[in-house]
Design a protein around this ligand. Structure first.
Ligand code: NAI
Length: 676
């Protein structure tokens, strides 16, 4: 029974094998699909066609990769090794076919999908923007294990292949062609003819250029490996993310020896896969999928967005929506405020779109609109003016009657409860919060803020809109600080208290980075803006234990606001903080880290108990995607579970004893502890 693959022979004697898994948006290499693929290959070989073309039946994807869900269920290296050895056999069968084989790539061709394509003799990719090729494995804590580490090197040469695998970056067809990953990059309509042509010509493969082969030679390999390690070390640490380091070692030991490469893939990928970093990264990948699919219930689709307030956030939200293909009118108090936002949008379009015509097209979709003429046409209206209750309320009262009745009305407020904002509306139930994070273009998460009165349909439409613009929606309850700021603030405030005690910022930042935070809290506070930190801290001050630290207030009064004013906790030059070298010892750094991270974790426990988010998994996803919390730890609550909740609890008790009530364990710990 053929479920995933459909075979057709054409009049010219070519076999066309179409991968099209039923009821799935994307093709994935599940064990079932792989076995069927193997059976098909055996059958095709017996018919001796002139050539074989492998293509996808999906509109937007070739093969999305291996079955990541199944990875999360693998619990022993031996089990993973069996799977890998089996795939090695199947792909070797494909590679060994006596007739030419072509992968026709349109849409995503990632990870295991690219490894399958590499086992074909030729590859052709469409120049459509949906086509992307790459090895995202390192992002999941592993490296290509279906023969890809060997075949990519054979095809591209050592350094280009290693760079592709180590970076995890995706290439569009033209880039892939430039490095030799595909033979042709063509418009979609020309792919089939090009495949016929390639099979007809059956040109032999040329080896990669000499200078791409040289670094793999035995005398040069240790040097090249050291160079690669040095580059990787600038990005990630080995103790946090072992995969890129293991890949370099795997290559250093085995490059030049095909059997060794296969055997080492089958041994080392399973070791990584069953380790804690990979399992946690896979967990986050799946949680991300869960957040995305939550928003699938609604068919809401926006064409026109009206953003009010063209400052840091409103300007960037407008630009982002334009980038994702929407028409946007941007309103502010006058034309001069809008000028800055439009200029910033232009810079973003240049960076992301590159092509002159696409940039112009984007600029045409962004309409400066200080008179608010776009309001009555918009499907979504997003308010992003000053964080001031009165200002926001009078704006809402003014715009509500002029909006389309079924348009979404959203506020980007970071701390004002929806109930207060909505009080002035004729229909208070229509307001939702869409809380974006700064910088909008980089932060994937958007909190969808609702109250008990928010209609389910509206929450679903809001989630669907956030998916439409390519962000991750996280439903949260309207409560001061929502989830992310509420959890982040105690951590930041503890850093500010440490500064107040005279601890240098560099030591505090180093302690947090050693734990795995992408940026230290002192640098983060300066980057976000100390005025914004102060305003959020003040809004939360009734809720969180401890007072707002005086040093923060003082700096804001002195207009030392962080990066944007050139001086905050650090002095800033060329957008970089001036830091001395950290000299603190390990034990001291450990204490700083405990104080900051334990407050973050304790607040996470409180949010879970109060039902700010649906469950612990949503909380973990929100904190990782909203704050960058050490992804390899899988989220704050998962980190507690993985280590030992009792240990964390007693640590908190000790901190409370030493530093006072701001460390008092939340009542929610009762449910987490294993010992009563
Ligand atoms: P901002 O001060 O940079 O921009 C506010 C803009 O709103 C200004 O351009 C101002 O001229 C305009 N404005 C004020 N009243 C107006 C009115 N009645 N009609 C039209 N335009 C008006 O502020 P920012 O930082 O962009 O914050 C905006 C909102 O986003 C706030 O609610 C803030 O809490 C929230 N937010 C801010 C974040 C941040 O990191 N800055 C992060 C997440 C949310």
């Amino acid at each position: 029974m053929n479920k995933h693959f459909h075979l057709q022979q054409d009049k010219q004697g070519l076999a066309w094998l179409t991968f099209d898994s039923p009821d799935k948006a994307a093709n994935v290499l599940t064990e079932e699909a792989l076995e069927e693929f193997d059976t098909q290959l055996v059958a095709i070989a017996q018919t001796h066609p002139k050539g074989l073309v492998i293509q996808s039946g999906k509109e937007k994807g070739f093969i999305a990769g291996a079955d990541v869900k199944a990875f999360s269920r693998i619990d022993s290296p031996g089990q993973a090794e069996q799977l890998i050895l089996r795939v090695h056999d199947i792909f070797r069968r494909l590679e060994a076919l006596s007739f030419p084989t072509v992968a026709l790539i349109h849409g995503f061709c990632l990870g295991g999908g690219l490894e399958l394509a590499l086992a074909c003799r030729y590859r052709i990719a469409s120049t459509d923007p949906v086509t992307r090729l790459g090895f995202p494995e390192v992002r999941l804590g592993i490296f290509p294990g279906f023969g890809g580490s060997l075949r990519s090197i054979r095809l591209l040469g050592h350094m280009p292949a290693m760079e592709l695998m180590l970076s995890g970056r995706n290439l569009v067809a033209k880039q892939a062609q430039r490095i030799g990953l595909v033979d042709h990059a063509l418009p979609r309509r020309q792919l089939k003819n090009a495949a016929r042509q390639l099979i007809h010509e059956a040109a032999p493969r040329k080896p990669p250029r000499l200078w791409h082969r040289l670094p793999g030679s035995a005398p040069l390999r240790p040097l090249a490996a050291a160079l690669l390690r040095r580059q990787v070390r600038k990005q990630v640490r080995e103790e946090h993310y072992p995969a890129p380091y293991t890949l370099i070692d795997h290559w250093r030991r085995n490059a030049g020896n095909a059997a060794g490469m296969y055997a080492s893939e089958a041994r080392r990928v399973p070791e990584l896969l069953t380790g804690s970093t990979a399992q946690n990264l896979i967990r986050l990948f799946l949680l991300q999928d869960r957040l995305k699919s939550q928003a699938m219930d609604s068919d809401f689709h926006a064409s026109h967005v009206h953003v009010i307030g063209g400052g840091v956030m409103g300007g960037d939200i407008a630009a982002w929506c334009v980038l994702r293909g929407l028409r946007v009118s941007l309103q502010d108090r006058g034309p001069e405020q809008l000028g800055r936002a439009i200029k910033r949008a232009h810079v973003l379009f240049q960076r992301k779109l590159r092509d002159r015509y696409r940039i112009q097209d984007a600029m045409d979709r962004l309409m400066p609109d200080h008179q608010g003429k776009g309001l009555n046409k918009a499907d979504v209206v997003i308010e992003a003016i000053f964080e001031d209750l009165d200002a926001k309320q009078s704006l809402f009262a003014d715009i509500e009657p002029r909006m389309k009745p079924d348009a979404i009305l959203a506020s980007n407020t970071s701390s004002i409860p929806l109930q207060q904002l909505a009080g002035v509306l004729a229909n208070p139930r229509r307001l939702v919060g869409l809380h974006f994070f700064n910088p909008v273009a980089k932060m994937p998460l958007v909190e969808i803020v609702t109250t008990e009165d928010t209609p389910d349909e509206l929450a679903a439409s809001a989630g669907s809109f956030i998916r439409q613009i390519g962000k991750l929606p996280l439903p949260v309850r309207s409560h001061p600080g929502f989830l992310v700021n509420r959890v982040l603030m105690p951590y930041l405030m503890e850093a500010v208290i440490l500064l107040n005690e005279g601890v240098p910022g560099v030591d505090i930042d180093r302690a947090a980075r050693d734990f795995g935070m992408p940026m230290g809290p002192v640098e983060l506070a300066d980057t976000v803006g100390l005025d914004i930190c102060l305003s959020v801290a003040e809004k939360l001050s009734g809720l969180l234990p401890g007072k707002v630290p005086e040093n923060l207030r003082r700096l804001v009064e002195q207009k030392k606001l962080g990066r944007k004013s050139g001086q905050g906790f650090y002095a800033w030059h060329d957008n970089k903080p001036r830091k001395d070298k950290s000299v603190a010892d390990r034990e001291t750094l450990e204490q700083y880290k405990d104080r900051m991270i334990m407050r973050l974790i304790n607040e996470s426990v409180a949010c879970l108990r109060e039902g700010i988010v649906a469950d612990a998994d949503s909380l973990d996803a929100g904190i990782v995607f909203g704050t960058g919390f050490a992804p390899f730890r899988g989220g704050p609550l998962h980190h507690v579970q993985e280590e030992d909740p009792d240990k964390f609890f007693s640590k908190l008790q000790k901190l409370e004893y030493t530093y006072g009530e701001r460390f008092a364990p939340d009542a929610g710990w009762d449910k987490l502890l294993t010992k009563p």
